[in-house]
Every structure is written in structure tokens, then in C-alpha cells.
Design a protein around this ligand. Sequence first.
Ligand code: ACO
Length: 361
Amino acid sequence: MSDGLEGVIAANTVLSDVDGLAGCLVIRGYSLDDLAGRTRFEDVAHLLFDGFFDDMPSDLTAALGAARVAVFAETAAIDAGLLKLTPVEAMRALTARLADGDGLDTALKLLAAPAVFIPAVVRAQAGQSLVPPDASLRHSADILRMLRGRLASAAEAEALDAYLVTVSDHGLNASTFAARVVASTQAGLTSAVLAGISALKGPLHGGAPGPVIDMLDGIGRPENARAWLEAALDRGERLMGFGHRVYRVRDPRADVLKAAVRRMSEGSSVLPGRVAFAEAVEKAALAILRDRKPDRPLDINVEFYTALLLEALAFPPSTFTGVFAMGRVAGWIAHAREQLAGGRLIRPASRYIGPQPRRAA
Ligand code: ACO
């Protein structure tokens, strides 16, 4: 048995490869460095879906735009009960209204769902009117428009694309494994994506970037970093945005996102200072973790600069996990289809350590 299934290979995949010792991520034959910042999310979704759907067009832009418009109809179901949920829980509830299926039509609706539902829920929770999708826009630009009610700049749309591409797939992480387990029962893509969302929302997986902002706000100034971080560790807390199950070196996604934030900060009066502050916190945290855990390499993970990038794009911290889902949903769908195409029912075994059978009284 391997605790947490660490090191266990549970699937063959053509979709992505995570090299934890070298700090490399390959998505379908392309290094992340070559994709992020140069590729739109729709194109990476196409790359991931390629070969898993018979009727796929050569460009997903129009079909994904139409899917955003189609799923927006579900926002009519937003009611007072749903608005009491966190944005990711409300998005999950709205996604659960979509019918199950295995075809491209279902896949595109699921790809559109977090992108449409997160902005709608946030606006409804703030008492603002909803902004319907514009099918003619690129996916990232439309997400920002639906969130803010006005067109984003090209640089902002590119930064969001860099993020969505960066998180689109990442080997057999917890949410992707959950999606593959459900897909292996032939329950359908919607069920697989709902499993992925549910696994993603935990603080040890996709729930970390919101708390990263809480940490930065708690620290406040670079000179407070050391004492604040030491006190958090003394309380037995983990530092959010650090550590990873697979990477034993820097998570390559952290630097891709840091570069995207840097590109956005050109011309901004506020962002360069925020980046410098985050870098000071990062440096202090890495030094403390090295001192305290000399035997366990703990480096920065994707969530730290995710927090900075999404904050700069004006996403409220409560939505960060939902924005993660906007990107990772492409990977969940592709993995679910790959599982269906070749995989058997996933059904591991457990070792019984309970009491031996005894006679009933
Ligand atoms: N801060 C402080 N200590 C840490 C951290 C951290 N961020 N991460 C791991 N450790 C310590 C653990 O306390 C443990 O120490 P111990 O052996 O003395 O008890 C040791 O390192 C190993 O920890 P595990 O829990 O076995 O490592 P695992 O591989 O299971 O954890 C995880 C990976 C969950 C990401 C962990 O590093 C963590 O909790 N990080 C903070 C949350 C976070 O940033 N999550 C986002 C991850 S990226 C993603 O999922 C997209």
C-alpha cells in the first residue's frame, strides 16, 4: 500500500506529463513554457480534446461561444438558497443541472459552465445584473466581460489565457483522478466534471490561492514576513502556496504565472509594488521552510502567483477556486474521454484492519 497513493501509476495518458524532479510540465507534446502566454485557452482545449471526439471542428472558438450562450440559460435557476453558497459550490450546483452525456455537445457545455456560472454568481451575490455571454469574443475576454460588465484590455485577456492554459491539465492530480474514477463507471462527462470540481475545492488542492491572499494581507509589509510565517508554522499551519506532492523543485507553473503578472504590471502604478512584496514573502517562506524541514524539499507551487494574477484581474478571492476550474475542466473532460476509450472500471482494493469476525451475540 502507498499512503495517499503516492508514486502509484493508475493510468496511461497521452495528455500531460509532470516531471517532479526536473520541474517540467508537458501538455500533449508541448512544454508549458511554449504554450502559456502564446496560446489561447480554446486552442489548448482543442489540443487536449483532439482524437477523443469524432465531430470536432478545427477551431473551437465559435462552438465554445455558442456553448457559453446555451449554458447561460441555467442562471435563471439562481435563487436565494444558491446565493448563500460559496461561488464554487453555487457553480457546482448550476453545473449539476446540465444533462449527462459523452459527446462534444456535452463537453463544450461543461467547458463553458465554470466560465459562465462563476461571473454570474458573483454578480448576483453583489446584487448586480447578470451580463450574458458574447459568443463572438475569445473565451478569456468574455469571462472578464461577464465578471466586470465591460470589455477587458487585450493584455488582461492574454493574462487570463496564460493562467487557464497553465492549469488546463496536470497529470493524475486529485481532481483529475476523481473525474477518471467516475468516468470509468460510464456515468457521463457531467458526473465526471462534478467529481473534479468537488475534489478541486479542498484547501490542499485548488482551494489554496484564496488563503494566499489572506496570508499576504495578514503579513501586510515585507518586514513582517518572517515573524508572521514563523508564528503560522508554530501554530501547526501550512504555508499556502508552498509544497507539492510531485514537485521536489520549483513548480514550473509558478514562474509562468509570475511572468504573466509581470507583463500585466507594465504601465500599472500598483502591481509592481505588489509583485515585489510577494517576492519578499516568497523568499522569507522558502528560507524558513528550508530551516524547518531540511529533509523535505518544499518549494513554491502554482497557487502563490495564481493568487497575485487573479487579484490583478479583479477576481474576488472567493472565486479563485472557480477560476481554476475554468481551466482544469478541459483536462477533466479529456481524461474522462481517455478513460472511457481504453480504461477499465477503476476499483482498487483495501486492506481490512478492523476486528476479526466474531460470533453475533
Ligand atoms: N507548509 C508547511 N509545511 C508543509 C507544507 C507547507 N505548505 N507542505 C508540506 N509540509 C510539510 C508537512 O507538514 C509534512 O511535514 P511532517 O512530515 O513533519 O509532518 C511534510 O511537509 C510532508 O507533507 P505531506 O502532507 O506528506 O505532503 P503532501 O505531498 O501530501 O502534500 C500538499 C502536498 C498538500 C500540496 C502540501 O504541500 C500542502 O498542504 N501545501 C499547502 C496547500 C497548497 O498550497 N495547496 C496547493 C497545492 S497545488 C495544487 O493542488 C494545484
